[in-house]
Design a protein around this ligand. Structure first.
Ligand code: SAM
Length: 263
C-alpha cells in the first residue's frame, strides 16, 4: 500500500489534529468565524473543507444563488451546510454520526443566522432521516482512506479519517441516489488517498455509475494528492473515469496549490 493511502498514517493525522494548537475554540475560514468543538473534524488542520467549498462552487461570492434542499452527510463543524444555507438553499439538513459534530453544526448555524433553515441531525448516513425526504443536492466529504474491515474506531474523530472495509461508502453509494429529487445530484468528495478502484467496484455491485465532475490537485507535505468531486448516479452504464474537461480536451486538473497542513 502506498504511503498516502496508509490508514495508519491517517489515524496518526487524526491524533495530530487533537493537539491543542490545531484546535482553536473559534477559527476563521473564507472570511467567516466558526466554532469548533472537542472531537469534531478540524477544517483548519485538514484543509479539505475549503477544497469542498471550492469544488461545489460555494466559495465564490459571485456564484449564482443556490436553491432547493441540501443535505450534507458528515457535516462536522457545519461549514459546508451553513454556507449552502447562506448561498440561498431554503432547506438544509446537516447530519453526522458524531453527536458532537451535530451540536457543532447547530452552533454555527446559529452563529450565522440560518438556524431556521439548517436542521442538524444525529444520524448514521441516512438512517435517522425520514424515508420520504428528497434533496436537490446531497454531499458527503467522506473519510476516504480505507481501513481493514475489522478495524474498530478508538475515538469518534477517527470516523472522519478512515472507513473500515468501505462499509459506509457502500451504503452511501447505494442509498444516496434514492434520496434525490428528479433533477437532484448525489456527490462524494473523494481523493487519491482513497481506493478509487474499490469505489468503482462498489458502484458496479450496487448498480450505480460514478462520474468525476471536478478535480483539484494539491501538494501536501511533499505528497501530490488529487481531490475529486464524484457524482453518484443510478444506472446501468459502466462508471466513467474521465471528467467533462478531459472529454472536451480541456485541462485535466486545476493548478496545484501547496498546503502546509495534511488533508
Ligand atoms: C472528512 S470529515 C468532513 C467534515 C466536514 N464535512 C468538513 O468538510 O469539514 C467526514 C465526516 O463524516 C462523518 N461520518 C463518518 N462516518 C459517518 C456515517 N456513517 N454517517 C454520518 N457521518 C459520518 C465524520 O464524523 C466526519 O464528520
Amino acid at each position: 500500500m502506498s504511503e498516502i493511502k496508509s490508514y495508519l498514517r491517517s489515524l496518526e493525522r487524526s491524533r495530530d489534529s487533537m493537539r491543542a494548537e490545531h484546535r482553536p475554540r473559534v477559527f476563521s475560514l473564507r472570511g467567516r468565524e466558526w466554532d469548533l468543538l472537542g472531537t469534531v473534524f478540524a477544517p483548519v488542520h485538514a484543509g479539505t473543507t475549503e477544497i469542498v467549498l471550492d469544488m461545489l462552487g460555494l466559495s465564490d461570492p459571485a456564484c449564482p444563488p443556490w436553491r432547493g434542499a441540501f443535505l450534507e452527510i458528515g457535516c462536522g463543524t457545519g461549514v459546508v451546510a451553513v454556507t449552502a444555507a447562506l448561498a440561498g438553499c431554503e432547506r438544509v439538513v446537516a447530519s453526522d454520526i458524531n453527536a458532537e459534530a451535530v451540536a457543532n453544526a447547530r452552533l454555527n448555524a446559529r452563529r450565522h443566522g440560518v438556524a431556521d433553515r439548517v436542521l442538524a441531525v444525529h444520524s448514521d448516513l441516512f438512517e435517522a432521516l425520514p424515508g420520504g425526504q428528497r434533496f436537490d443536492t446531497i454531499v458527503w466529504s467522506s473519510p476516504y482512506v480505507r481501513a481493514p474491515e475489522d478495524y474498530r474506531f478508538a475515538t469518534p474523530l477517527e470516523r472522519a479519517y478512515v472507513d473500515p472495509g468501505y462499509e459506509a461508502h457502500r451504503r452511501y453509494v447505494d442509498e444516496a441516489p434514492r434520496r434525490l429529487t428528479n433533477d437532484g445530484r448525489a456527490l462524494l468528495h473523494f481523493s487519491s488517498r482513497g481506493d478509487m478502484d474499490g469505489l468503482h467496484r462498489i458502484a458496479e455491485e450496487t448498480g450505480r455509475r460514478l462520474r468525476v465532475l471536478k478535480r483539484h490537485v494539491i501538494v501536501d507535505r511533499g505528497d501530490v494528492v488529487e481531490h475529486f468531486l464524484v457524482e453518484v448516479r443510478s444506472g446501468e452504464e459502466p462508471s466513467e473515469v474521465h471528467d467533462d474537461a478531459v472529454r472536451r480536451g480541456g485541462p485535466r486538473t486545476q493548478p496545484a496549490r501547496t498546503m502546509t497542513q495534511p488533508a
